[in-house]
Design a protein around this ligand. Structure first.
Ligand code: SF4
Length: 253
């Protein structure tokens, strides 16, 4: 199964990550920043310190990281390290810690579960069936997410409605039945252009794979570059049907 991050490095830089910063776009992004800040402040006033932000280190999550840390909002930020992330994501984690003078809170999968899975199925078994792929996502992402959300009453995500068919009707806030928490999606109605305009305007750190046509970045073996005009999440689990392409972190009951 070809297509891993380290195998595909287009020479041309992705123009989508460098939108032209017109006055109209700048004004629109600043207005949206105010809306997001207000929503997050409202979330804090409702849920206090029982709210947490799941930072997957994607472009949208970098926007939220920047807003939360610059506004000094009392929202915990955590990330999941699946053990199979691209080196560029680890570089970004280090850059975020240096830029914002912070230490990321990182959750890892249970080592005994990973050892058993690999021993039984093989090191790259996720390519062999959807069940094995979902089992891998469950042990490396879903189970650690459950630990990260334990004791919380609300969580924040960087999902956008335009990212995929499975997110088309994404609201700004909703009750997440699968985790029993309120869920805030402050960037749900942002465009890709607004996301990148924010990053450029505020010099926010970002994953350099985005410049190489990786709009959505997950684990290295399950992510590849997309063609111009392709769906934003077409490079994730590209061998599967689009309707099944979520990792289990954002499923609805
Ligand atoms: S994205 Fe791939 S490597 Fe990462 S947890 Fe899911 S199946 Fe495993």
């Amino acid at each position: 199964m070809n297509g891993e991050v380290s195998l595909l490095r287009p020479a041309v830089s992705n123009p989508a990550t460098r939108p032209e910063l017109s006055d109209t776009l700048r004004a629109s992004v600043m207005a949206r920043r105010t809306q997001v800040t207000e929503l997050l402040k409202k979330a804090v006033s409702e849920f206090g310190n029982e709210i947490t932000f799941a930072n997957s280190m994607g472009a949208e999550d970098m926007v939220l990281t920047d807003i939360i840390l610059r506004e000094q909002l009392p929202i915990e930020i955590f990330s999941l390290d699946t053990g199979r992330l691209p080196v560029e994501t680890y570089d970004l984690m280090a850059e975020v810690e240096k830029t914002y003078h912070t230490r990321l809170k990182i959750f890892f999968p249970r080592s005994d579960t990973v050892e058993n899975y690999v021993q039984s199925n093989g090191i790259n078994a996720f390519y062999e069936s959807i069940d094995l792929r979902k089992a891998c996502c469950h042990m490396r992402k879903v189970e650690p997410l459950g630990r990260a959300l334990k004791g919380k009453k609300a969580w924040v995500t960087g999902m956008r409605a335009q990212q995929s068919a499975t997110r088309a009707d994404l609201p700004l806030r909703e009750f997440d039945e699968s985790h029993g928490l309120e869920k805030f999606n402050p960037l749900s109605d942002w465009t890709e252009q607004e996301t990148w305009a924010y990053i450029r305007m505020h010099e926010v750190p970002y994953n350099k794979l985005h410049d190489q046509f990786y709009p959505s970045i997950g684990c290295a073996p399950c992510t590849r570059a997309v063609a111009v005009g392709e769906d934003v999440r077409a490079g994730r689990w590209w061998w599967e049907d689009p309707a099944s392409k979520e990792c289990g972190l954002h499923v609805k009951k």
